[in-house]
Design a protein around this ligand. Structure first.
Ligand code: NAD
Length: 480
């Protein structure tokens, strides 16, 4: 492995790319985290060929080996959460506690699926014909292509890699090119676990090249993708052409409803935490705050007061609540949405200022708009920014209708003390996840995660539900 270039990992070997990309911190553009190899077409094909071979060996491994490998990866992630959290904060811009929290959670995904390794059971049945027995068992789906986004580069990779390996598959991982360092660090940990060569491969590079090759490959048996709706559609079309199994987690436009009877303090914490932490760059962020008339003014005042306490700054500085925007492109997009919201009649009541730190980076204070409608562009498009918009409504029925009036359907939330409304909401929110008196962001690692409408496609990720994607059922008939 070259000293200065972080290499791809193909067939159990570190391989330099044809070129390399400088990974620059969005919190300090003079901070070059490293140079990361960019895989060429030949190398991506080599990774796929290696994965075909590696999978055949890995599926024959005993469950004890798979369990031990996954436990060891989880243990190391958890033990190194501060060090790797710092790396993640530097390259992505989230705060150090958020970075360390993501690494810790990633370790938990590996531990959870280590336990799932030991829970793989088949079923038997009598035949309708005498003298014949039937068994059904799950087998590995084969070679799994994994394409991940930049906002949760380690957690997203972890919740896909862990079940893929647990169920006996091999992996070709392509991380987002903005954040290769943490994916590389995770690969380095995996590379020391004694997996058969080719069982796990890392190919870094642009989505339009390396990603495009993976999604169009017939060497892949299943492709799991997290990212934008636009790219997700391309993945769905490409994989459908080859009849490759596919699972997509995409964009969102989540809303939090605040009813008149809500506990105000809790509603404010849910709104502020859900909308602005992680710099609003969470697929679970609540960018729409749907508030009934009776609590509207008190709620807005309290949210603005709370926002004034939030410190925006370098992600590694102590006391910072909101780190940097991920890159120059995202910053430009955020500023564009601020302008669009103002032009369409939204009233900016707090934030939205570009600020400077000691280091040159992309810093934006969280922004709150009032007097917005659900028809405005800012309430239709996923901005992926620390921008939240209040939509005033008459009552619960209008609030629910507004929440559901979107092309997306990942998470919906409600703050209320009414059992009647909470119960109705959890059954009628057209979302994959529903939160009652909780922020829309923040999910557990042992239960399914995903959305409806344009937010998700294919079977659910996480928890025991993941086996639908990572395995294929075989039915065997036996005449004794
Ligand atoms: P993106 O779609 O730009 O990129 C995602 C990945 O796809 C990257 O690895 C990228 O290199 C790759 N890619 C890009 N073009 C490709 C192509 N033509 N073929 C194959 N691969 C290609 O998304 P992003 O900007 O990295 O991530 C932000 C998006 O991710 C947001 O929309 C966010 O909501 C979504 N997201 C969703 C979830 C979820 O679970 N629903 C979680 C995190 C992020």
């Amino acid at each position: 492995m070259s000293e200065s270039i972080f290499c791809n990992y193909i067939n159990g070997t570190w391989v330099e790319g044809e070129s390399s990309l400088a990974n620059i911190s969005p919190a300090d553009i003079s901070d070059v985290i490293g140079h990361y190899a960019q895989a060429n077409q030949e190398q991506a094909e080599a990774a796929l060929d290696a994965a075909i071979k590696g999978q055949l060996e890995w599926q024959e491994s005993g469950l004890e080996q798979r369990y031990s490998v996954l436990m060891a990866i989880g243990d190391e992630l958890i033990a190194r959460k501060d060090e790797l959290g710092k790396l993640l904060a530097r390259e992505e811009g989230k705060t150090l506690p958020e970075g360390a929290g993501e690494i810790y959670r990633s370790g938990q995904f590996f531990h959870y699926y280590a336990a799932e390794v030991l829970r793989q059971m088949g079923e038997t049945a009598d035949s309708v014909r005498p003298g014949i027995e039937i068994e059904t068992r799950r087998e590995p789906v084969g070679v799994v292509g994994i394409i991940t986004p930049w906002n949760f580069p380690v957690a997203t990779a972890a919740w896909k890699i862990a079940p893929a390996l647990a169920f006996g598959n091999s992996v070709v991982l392509k991380p987002a090119n903005q954040v290769p360092a943490s994916a590389w660090a995770l690969t380095e940990i995996i590379s020391r676990q004694g997996l058969p060569a080719g069982t796990f491969n890392l190919v870094m590079g642009p989505g339009a090249e390396v990603g495009d090759l993976l999604i169009n490959s017939k060497k892949i048996n299943a492709l799991t993708f997290t990212g934008s709706l636009e790219t997700g559609r391309k993945v769905a079309i490409a994989t459908a052409t080859n009849l490759v199994k596919c699972q997509l987690e995409m964009g969102s436009k989540n809303a939090l409803i605040v009813l008149d009877d809500a506990d105000l303090d809790n509603a404010v914490e849910c709104a502020v935490g859900g909308a602005f932490f992680g710099t609003g760059q969470k697929c679970t962020a609540s960018s729409r705050l749907i508030v009934t008339e009776g609590i509207h003014d008190r709620f807005v005042d309290a949210v603005v007061a709370r926002m004034k306490q939030l410190v925006v700054g370098h992600p590694l500085r102590e006391g910072v609540h909101i780190g940097a925007v991920a890159d120059a492109r995202q910053m430009k997009q955020n500023l564009n949405y601020l302008e669009i919201a103002k032009k369409e009649g939204g009233k900016l009541v707090s934030g939205g200022d570009v600020i400077t730190e000691e280091t040159e980076g992309y810093y934006l204070t969280p922004a709150l708009f009032t007097e917005t409608t659900n028809a405005m562009t800012i309430n239709r498009d996923e901005a992926f920014a620390p921008i939240a918009c209040v939509i005033k409504v008459k009552d619960y029925d209008e609030a629910l209708a507004t929440l559901n009036d979107t092309n997306y359907g990942l998470v919906g939330g409600i703050c209320t003390q009414s059992l009647k409304y909470a119960t109705h909401f959890k059954r009628n929110a057209q979302t994959g996840c529903a939160m009652v008196n909780l922020p829309t962001a923040g999910t557990d690692y042992h239960v399914p995660f995903g959305g409806r409408k344009d937010s998700s496609f294919g079977s659910r990720e996480m928890g025991s539900y993941a086996k639908e994607f990572y395995t294929i059922v075989k039915t065997t008939y036996i005449r004794s």
